[in-house]
Each structure stands twice: as structure tokens, then as C-alpha cells.
Design a protein. Sequence first.
Length: 105
Amino acid sequence: MPKHSRKASAPLTFDLPVSLIARIEACRRGHGFKTASEVVRLGIDTFDFEGCEPARDPHRQISVRVTSGQRAMLKRYARVKDASVGELLRLALESLPVKPAKKKR
């Protein structure tokens, strides 16, 4: 019996991308585990948390003015795309060129 399954356990709930949940399932089958919890405990036991450096992009709040039409459109797309308004704004801002395209004369 692996050492990580001998001790009492407590529930832990967190959000994961669906792709990572699929990876957990693949690891569960590959290792012959019965539950996703066993995969997570193995990951915790074997990962080098001391040496890891999580990628963090610091966030800061800003206030800007948008038209009521833009606000309504953002809210509508947030519902349709199952995303937050902030996620959609980040995508829109990341797609902007730093300089405008040169106009042809």
C-alpha cells in the first residue's frame, strides 16, 4: 500500500481545466488506481513544490468608461461563451497591435 493512502484524508475542492481532469483519469488508469484522489495524492507526494516557480502575471484593477452598447455586448458574449467579462476584455486587449496599421496614401 503506497504511503500516501495510509493516512486519514480530508476533502479538498478546486477548479481544474477539463483537459487536466482528463489527464487525471488517464493517470488513474495508467497507474491502476481506483480513484482520482489517489492520483492527486501521488502528484502531491512526488512534485517538487520547493523548486517550482508558478507563472504569475500580477493583476491590478483599473476603471475605464465603455458605452452602454459595449457593456451589453460584453455581458451577452460572457453568457454565450461561458466566460467572465474580464476574460473577454483580456482577450480583446491582448489582440490589439501596439501601433495602428499605417494608412495607405
